[in-house]
Design a protein around this ligand. Sequence first.
Ligand SMILES: Nc1ncnc2c1ncn2[C@@H]1O[C@H](COP(=O)(O)OP(=O)(O)OP(=O)(O)O)[C@@H](O)[C@H]1O
Ligand SMILES: Nc1ccn([C@@H]2O[C@H](COP(=O)(O)O)[C@@H](O)[C@H]2O)c(=O)n1
Length: 231
Amino acid sequence: MDNGAARTAQPVIVAIDGPSGTGKSSTSKAVAAQLGLSYLDTGAQYRAITWWMVTNGIDIDDPTAIAAVAGKPEIVSGTDPAQPTITVDGVDVSGPIRTQEVTAKVSAVSAVPEVRARITELQRSLAAAAENGIVVEGRDIGTTVLPDADLKIFLTASAEARAARRSGELKGSDLHSTREALIKRDAADSSRKTSPLAKADDAVEVDTTDLTLPQVIECVVTLVEEKRAGK
Ligand SMILES: Nc1ncnc2c1ncn2[C@@H]1O[C@H](COP(=O)(O)OP(=O)(O)OP(=O)(O)O)[C@@H](O)[C@H]1O
Ligand SMILES: Nc1ccn([C@@H]2O[C@H](COP(=O)(O)O)[C@@H](O)[C@H]2O)c(=O)n1
């Protein structure tokens, strides 16, 4: 029996993908917080396994060596959008995974199929455990990790806008080298064989080049609400 009063919103699964610096993390976190959903930063998971490889002296240029140890580190992600956490073997790595060294090496590690299989399994189990639903952001969420997501969004922005945003974060970095580095990482992520960075056929594309962050958040919240309302 449905008396209406006890009816609650169904859990909703939102996949947000796109190239580096398009605003995936900032947008996903804010949308999840506003709508009472969990939040998962899948890039942080690939950064965490890369940090472990570097720390343990694994040769990043040797995919066989990476594959052989891909199952070793225990990676745990906290999915509260107000305080996302990431640990490797119990160590908080939220700072160390953001170093330039990890950023430069993460695409090589994330291209290894055994790494992707391991991390994809983690992502699917976290999404399945999210009682109210979840916003999951990355590169292959709509295409591979959660192909049945209720809503898929693909964020884009010009390389110039993305470089300017990143340079604003990384004090002292110059715009040109920041732009070149993000173009290089996007090219590597888009051209790998296993689940490359790609827009799902049924994803809504949002170009954020000329939008402020609050405008992007509002746009995505509206899309989720419309989806929930069955529009
Ligand atoms: N629409 C926007 N306008 C201006 N700045 C923005 C906008 N969206 C995000 N930013 C800023 O750009 C920077 C990068 O955003 P964010 O980390 O969310 O991008 P991302 O797509 O998750 O990047 P990456 O994939 O490299 O982790 C942040 O400093 C963020 O505050
Ligand atoms: N679904 C994903 C998410 C990320 N990656 C790889 O991780 C790198 C870091 O991602 P950030 O979002 O933290 O910048 C990214 O460059 C990819 O190599 C991925 O493969 N799949």
